[in-house]
Design a protein around this ligand. Structure first.
Ligand code: OSB
Ligand code: MG
Length: 377
């Protein structure tokens, strides 16, 4: 349905994680959460920019996202009419990359459209293929292997269906061996966040012994060709994360044999339109997908739940309970996981959770309001 973007409010919040999260590119203890609120006719839709505090996962970072939204992207779309959320991405100014920044706004427009129509977001995007989303967890690099084994035990007891662990050189073969010793039958995967090169192929070949569901993004964040070379040498399926920023990348990666699985992150592909395009390209090729995470607050988490209800999200994703990351989430109720390791879709309009506006206000350290007629950069 057509709607006019009357106001865009960008807020940045600082939220401490209940436990540090470490990947091959570094350790995070506090998140800067960038929220985008889009208002029309007194109704607001909400989105989250999923980039990190530093441009270490990809080129985006919180500070850059804030400035781009405030000075360039926000002023270019505010005051304009959108024919439908599905068409919104075509109105964006010609900013190269920065898909997470654009995606935070795009997701807010989808939530707004769903709320204005009074329908759940999952229905709006064409989801609902399942009423319960299968959940896995992503566990960061720990100080000791014992601590990692203990965390895996806790998550399995909570019901999570798949365990993904972060790896890097020096925290890989030995660690996975210890995990497999203790937990033989579990669904297990490993995510390297680009910590290796093709020269490590023989080393990575040792991972075949652990019957992983997949190895995620072992090589450079922007290199599809070397992943194709590596996949030829490994029995373990390669899953691409960082490399896939749109349907064209997905099609090219599949054509080259660079992956057998794709992780779809809403932000990384610029929002729901991009995510659906990647989903459809993978589905046509018989490649399963799952929903990745970026340590989101409840807002991004709720969008991920809707996305995970599309047909081809057949593998457990990295969408998990709020309490794994936050002492108190900014949505109400927080995201909860059943003892079977699933999250139930909700039938409320939009992304289905209430915003805790007072708490959001208290956590906000920076804000920009963009209205029509105010000069941008
Ligand atoms: O590569 O999937 C990743 C977190 C931050 C940056 C990159 C990644 C991750 C995760 C966390 O694995 C998944 C989650 O949000 O639970
Ligand atoms: Mg990843």
């Amino acid at each position: 349905m057509a709607l006019r973007i009357e106001r865009i409010t960008v807020r940045q919040l600082q939220m401490p994680l209940v436990h540090f999260f470490e990947t091959s590119f570094g350790r995070t203890t506090h998140r800067i959460i960038t929220l985008v609120e889009v208002t029309s006719g007194g109704v607001s839709g909400w989105g989250e920019v999923t980039c990190g505090e530093r441009p270490f996962f990809n080129e985006e970072w919180a500070e850059g996202a804030f400035l781009l939204l405030r000075d360039l992207i926000g002023p270019a779309v505010v005051g304009r009419e959108v024919s439908s959320a599905a068409e919104f991405h075509k109105m964006l100014p010609p900013v190269r990359g920065h898909l997470m920044t654009k995606g935070g706004l795009e997701c807010a427009v989808w939530d707004l459209e769903a709320r204005l129509e009074g329908v759940p977001l999952w229905r709006k995007i064409g989801g609902g293929a399942r009423r319960e989303i299968p959940c896995g967890v992503s566990i960061g690099i720990q100080d000791t292997v014992e601590q990692l084994l203990e965390k895996i035990q806790t998550e399995l007891e909570a019901g999570y269906q798949r365990i993904k662990v972060k790896i890097k050189p020096g925290w890989d073969v030995g660690v996975l061996g210890r995990i497999r010793e203790k937990f033989q039958g579990i669904k297990l995967s490993a995510d390297a966040n680009s910590a290796y090169t093709l020269g490590d192929a023989a080393h990575l070949k040792q991972l075949d012994a652990f019957h992983l569901m997949m190895i995620e993004q072992p090589l450079a964040w922007d290199d599809i060709i070397d992943h194709a070379e590596l996949q030829k040498q490994l029995a373990t399926p390669v899953c691409l994360d960082e490399c896939i920023r749109g349907a064209r990348h997905a099609e090219q990666a599949i054509r080259l044999g660079a992956c057998r699985v794709i992780n779809i992150k809403l932000g990384r592909v610029g929002g729901f339109a991009g995510a659906r395009a990647v989903h459809d390209a993978a589905e046509r090729a018989g490649i399963p997908v799952w929903c990745g995470g970026m340590l989101e607050s409840g807002v991004g988490r709720a969008h991920n739940i809707a996305l995970s209800s599309l047909e081809n999200f057949t593998l457990p994703g990295d969408v998990s309970a709020s309490k794994r990351y936050w002492e108190r989430d900014i949505i109400d109720p927080p995201v909860e996981v059943t003892p079977e390791g699933t999250i139930r879709l909700r039938d409320e309009p939009g992304f289905g959770y209430e915003l805790d506006l007072d708490y959001i206000e208290r956590l906000t350290f920076r804000r920009a309001e963009i209205r029509p007629g105010e000069a941008g950069a």
